[in-house]
Structure formats: structure tokens, C-alpha cells
Design a protein around this ligand. Structure first.
Ligand SMILES: Nc1ncnc2c1ncn2[C@@H]1O[C@H](COP(=O)(O)OP(=O)(O)OP(=O)(O)O)[C@@H](O)[C@H]1O
Ligand SMILES: [Mg+2]
Length: 127
């Protein structure tokens, strides 16, 4: 569940978000579209806890983002259109890197990563 209430963000004197309100229910698939410069990335950064708002509240699964940044990060999955972190990692290393972000390390991270690579039939590309 995502709840956004009166979200406002300024970059200096420029208003990037002006009282944005949004409610997305559990299980709902939502396409967040708008013209260039509409404030989509700004909103996403605030939702994910990477940027602070000037006013308004954001709740992910009932957690207020500003005060529960760590919990929120565990709940959010993000698939970029390109791998922007490290170019020289093997597939398995990349997955273990992401596992570590979620607090999963060592043997457990290896097992989960191998299982997921297998799930999507990419075991041939593990290394
Ligand atoms: N760090 C910043 N400093 C100043 N202005 C910014 C900054 N980031 C974004 N802006 C401005 O805020 C507005 C919203 O930008 P934002 O990147 O959130 O839009 P967007 O909807 O993601 O656009 P696009 O479709 O091009 O990705 C734009 O006018 C942009 O120029
Ligand atoms: Mg953007």
C-alpha cells in the first residue's frame, strides 16, 4: 500500500511537487506517467527515502518513509532499465550484492541467488 498526502518539494524557489496526493492499494498495478519535468523522479526519490520532502507525508505499507527509511528500503524492489552500479560483476555477484542490501549475507545469499537464477532459467549465466 502506498499513501501520499500533500507532498511538496522545492528545489530552491522552484516548486517540483505541489501537494501531490496518491493512494495505491495492495496488489494494484499503477503506471506513473507524466510529461518531462512533471516531478516523477522527484516523487520516486522521496518515496524510496533518497530525498527529503519539504512538506507532506508518504506511507509505504503503513510506515512513514521519513522516519522508517531502513524498513521502507527492504520493502521496495526496483528494476532499472540499465545496471547502473558495477559493470564488472558476475551475475551471481550482482545478486549477492543486492541480497546484502536486504541484510542477507553469506551462505543464505548464495543459496537464494542460485535458486532465483535457476527460477528464470539463467543458471548457464551464473558466472
Ligand atoms: N536537483 C535538482 N535541482 C533543481 N531542479 C531540479 C532538480 N531535480 C529536478 N529538478 C527540476 O524539477 C522538475 C521535476 O524534475 P523530475 O526529474 O522529478 O521530473 P520527471 O517527471 O522525472 O521528468 P522526466 O520525465 O524528464 O524524467 C524539473 O523541472 C527539473 O528540472
Ligand atoms: Mg524522471
Amino acid at each position: 500500500m502506498l499513501e501520499i498526502k500533500d507532498l511538496t518539494k522545492y528545489y530552491g524557489k522552484f516548486t517540483a511537487l505541489n501537494n501531490l496526493n496518491l493512494h495505491i492499494n495492495k496488489g494494484e498495478i499503477f503506471g506513473f506517467v507524466g510529461p518531462n519535468g512533471a516531478g516523477k523522479t522527484t516523487a520516486m526519490k522521496i518515496i524510496t527515502g533518497l530525498l527529503s520532502q519539504d512538506s507532506g507525508k508518504v506511507y509505504v505499507d503503513g510506515y512513514e518513509v521519513k522516519t522508517n527509511s531502513k524498513e521502507i528500503k527492504k520493502k521496495i524492489g526496483y528494476m532499472p532499465d540499465f545496471f547502473g552500479v558495477y559493470d564488472n560483476l558476475k551475475a551471481i555477484e550482482y545478486m549477492e550484492f543486492f541480497a546484502s542490501i536486504y541484510g542477507i549475507e553469506g551462505k543464505e545469499a548464495r543459496e537464494i541467488s542460485l535458486r532465483l537464477i535457476d527460477l528464470v532459467n539463467l543458471s548457464d549465466h551464473t558466472d
